[in-house]
Design a protein around this ligand. Structure first.
Ligand code: UPG
Length: 471
């Protein structure tokens, strides 16, 4: 059970509360922030949100299907002062540098131009400068950390690696060496820490991530798109380390829109060819493969994965941004390749039996929520640690590659063997993992049900921002 007990639902109010929401400009951040705003509004229709994005992101969001049509959410834009979303993954450092240095001034101008001043600002914690702006204007600010609470603690206590002589390290030399001095985390392999090598790029990226940490205590609230029951130690430690309220309000995924979809008849799904394809596959037989919204692996690795999947004989649905047409016809009827899908809807489909994931925190929560076991294939930042949580702590997945190393090709025959076994419903280890995945699914669903930890936290947060209650 989650201590301390959250308060009763807030009293209803008729006056409007204006929230300005400022997500980090990336799909993996905009989605959960938008979901949070919709959830807040569904709890209290007197909330109106101004959702701040770049002009480019407004165009992208407007082309989403389904469109984010909520009458209480208005979009406001700042100019495209950062590099384009297209190719963001190729020069991530440059992108991040621009995000932390170029958006603050236009955001201030935008705040000045709003008809109504915000009652509260909710921002992505990576945009630490929002706290500076809000503090200056005496507006309460809720910092929304888009990754796991356990990973937050890894960054908060990263200096301990230096103190123990464990930074920087060469991943290929440390083998399976583990450390157990990060609060709220069970022991971690050194190779799973983010940005632990000595390259200039990693050092700068690390610096940018660590720079956010001292700002957090200047916010009035900390929000995590997580669930208390899946990382209770981390949340308990955070509550000891911070004096401001900390709320887990996850999974913060759009299950509310999919409840309606689940009740639609299959005829209405015909327009989505991949849902139609999934409808025709046996239950639990399809492996869903995706690397999130902007990262990718080398083209040699893609070749190996494609051939490995084909050799395995397993059915798969593969999201291949940019290159999907080249691979469209691989494996005939056993494979379906496309550039983008409604991921939660796919994961909820009964034909899906596994998720080959790069372990972005959104994908991790979506997979958990749908009770789908993982094949983990992390690329960077929090992903190797999310993979650890999946494989070691929650025991709902296997690693594709045991070691995190750059430039190591995972060969097609290895992939084929692993995938075949992972999708073998008769294998005892697989059966156990699937059972565990269903248990975690139950935990996630209970958290958002009436009286569940996330729903209580959401109400407590609302009580605070609507009435300034101190619970
Ligand atoms: O075809 C697709 C592919 C992805 N998605 C969605 O896109 C989001 C992707 O988010 P995530 O899984 O977190 O991956 P990234 O986009 O890579 O996320 C970035 O942001 C996350 C949150 O900060 C971090 O955990 C990751 O490491 C970082 O790469 C998810 O909601 C997916 O449902 C789709 O809807 N359709």
């Amino acid at each position: 059970m989650e201590p301390p007990n959250p308060p009763p639902p807030p009293p209803t109010t008729t006056s409007t509360t204006h929230i300005v929401a400022v997500p980090y400009p990336g799909r993996g951040h905009i989605n959960p922030m938008m979901n949070l705003c919709k959830l807040l509004i569904s709890n209290n229709p007197n909330i109106v949100v101004t959702f701040v994005v770049t002009e480019e992101w407004l165009t992208i969001i407007n082309s989403d299907s389904p469109k984010p049509n909520n009458k209480n959410i208005k979009f406001a834009t700042i100019p495209n002062v950062i590099p384009s979303e297209e190719g963001r993954g190729k020069d991530f450092l440059n992108f991040l540098e621009a995000v932390v240095t170029k958006m603050e001034d236009p955001f201030e101008k935008l705040l000045d131009s709003l008809e109504t001043a915000p009652n509260v600002i909710i921002h992505d914690s990576y945009l630490f400068w929002v706290i500076r702006v809000a503090n200056k204007r005496n507006v309460p600010v809720a910092s929304f950390w888009p990754m796991s609470a356990s990973f937050f603690l890894v960054l908060k206590h990263y200096r301990r690696l230096e103190e123990h002589g464990h930074y920087p390290v060469n991943a290929s030399e440390v083998g399976d060496k583990r450390v157990d001095y990060i609060p709220g985390n069970s022991s971690i392999r050194l190779q799973d820490f983010p940005l632990h090598d000595a390259s200039l790029r990693s050092r700068r990226l690390l610096e940018l991530a660590l720079n956010n940490m001292p700002w957090m205590k200047k916010a009035q609230y900390l929000l995590f798109p997580s669930i208390y029951e899946i990382e209770p130690q981390a949340i308990d430690v955070l509550r000891e380390e911070f004096s401001i309220p900390i709320y887990t309000i996850g999974p913060t995924i759009p299950y509310f829109s999919h409840n309606q979809i689940a009740s639609l008849s299959t005829n209405q799904d015909v327009e989505l060819d991949y849902i139609n394809w999934l409808d025709n596959q046996p239950i639990g037989s399809v492996l869903y493969v995706s690397q999130g919204s902007f990262l990718t692996v080398s083209s040699e690795q893609i070749d190996e994965i494609a051939n490995g999947l084909c050799e395995s004989g397993v059915r798969f649905l593969w999201i291949m941004r940019g290159e999907s047409s080249k691979w469209k016809d691989i494996c005939g009827e056993k494979g379906f390749v496309l550039p983008w899908c409604d991921q939660l809807r796919v994961l909820m489909h009964s034909a899906i039996g596994g998720f080959w994931s790069h372990c972005g925190w959104n994908s991790t929560r979506e997979g958990l929520f749908c009770g789908v076991p993982f094949l983990t294939s992390p690329i960077m930042m929090d992903q190797p640690l999310n993979s650890k949580y999946i494989v070691e702590d929650w025991k709902v997945g296997w690693r594709v590659e045991k070691k995190v190393k750059d430039d190591v090709l995972i060969r097609r025959d290895e992939i084929a063997r692993l995938v075949r076994r992972f999708m073998d419903l008769g294998d005892d280890e697989v059966k156990e993992m699937r059972k565990r995945a269903r248990e975690l699914q139950q935990i996630c669903q209970s958290a958002i049900a009436s009286g569940g930890s996330s729903e209580n936290n959401m109400k407590a947060f609302l009580g605070n921002i609507l009435h300034g209650s101190k619970q």
